[in-house]
Design a protein around this ligand. Structure first.
Ligand code: PGA
Length: 251
């Protein structure tokens, strides 16, 4: 039985003051919630705050990016061991904003994924097609390419210690959610792709849906057989919304 996961992706939002209120509400309402694992991926400067506010609770936290390097002359980069110093559990890898705005390639995402797994972090590998790609009928080819790059670099066993997030780019921050059927179809495709390498890993693989998840659509999305929770952007910044989305995830 796969445990569901709801992870917040705060992106570049927050302040010490607003985080204190948001994290406090999330902790007060969701500490001990049995329905799903809950995690918040915060901007790197706020990892210490997440650590101090969430330590000892059932809520995990993580980062939104990591270097493929262990240390060295890489100005502006943050290593996996630094994230571990703040007790991070998760790290987002290959989010579409990083791919589109910072030129992160499949190859780069694969290297970061491998570095995260090697360090003992749980990478959340984000994959997804653009609207143009969906309309051109190449959704599965794009997802396969993104997944295969990581499989080839890190191996199927590494997926056993990772999470995959399907995030159609056209649904991110647009208010336009994939229908549960559209999302389920791609989730099943991803699981089958992994099954070709290892049936057990595929069966246990947690695959999140991301893209305009809200309190009003979460339960229907999460009830699909291959959707194991959500990666939540905008709605994770609103305590009541995020709490309701987490409560919509149950075994
Ligand atoms: P959204 O973002 O929920 O605001 O669409 C999801 C994401 O980018 O992870």
């Amino acid at each position: 039985m796969r445990q569901k996961l709801v992870a917040g992706n705060w992106k570049m939002h927050g302040s010490l003051q607003s985080n204190r209120i948001l994290l406090g509400r999330v902790r007060d309402e969701l500490d001990g919630w049995q329905g799903a694992e809950v995690s918040v991926c915060v901007p790197a400067p706020y990892l210490a705050q997440a650590q101090s506010m969430l330590s000892g609770s059932s809520i995990a936290w993580g980062a939104q990016n990591v270097s493929k390097h262990a240390s060295g002359a890489y100005t502006g980069e943050v290593s996996a061991s630094m994230l571990l110093d703040f007790d991070c559990r998760h790290v987002l890898i290959g989010h579409s904003e990083r791919r589109a705005l910072y030129g992160e390639s499949d190859h780069a995402a694969a290297a970061k994924f491998a570095a995260a797994v090697a360090a003992g972090l749980v990478p959340v590998l984000c994959v997804g097609e653009t609207l143009h790609e969906r309309e051109a009928g190449v959704t599965e080819a794009v997802i396969a390419r993104q997944i295969d790059a990581v499989l080839d670099k890190a191996g199927i066993a590494a997926f056993g210690r990772a999470v995959v997030a399907y995030e159609p780019v056209w649904a991110i921050g647009t208010g336009r959610t994939a229908t549960p059927e559209q999302a389920q179809a791609v989730h099943a495709f991803i699981r089958n792709r992994l099954r070709e390498r290892d049936a057990l890993v595929a069966e246990n693989q947690v695959i999140l849906y991301g893209g305009s998840v809200k309190a009003t659509n979460a339960a229907e999305l999460f009830s699909q057989p291959d959707i194991d929770g959500g990666l939540v952007g905008g709605a994770s910044l609103v305590a009541e919304e995020f709490i309701a989305i987490c409560r919509a995830a149950r075994p």
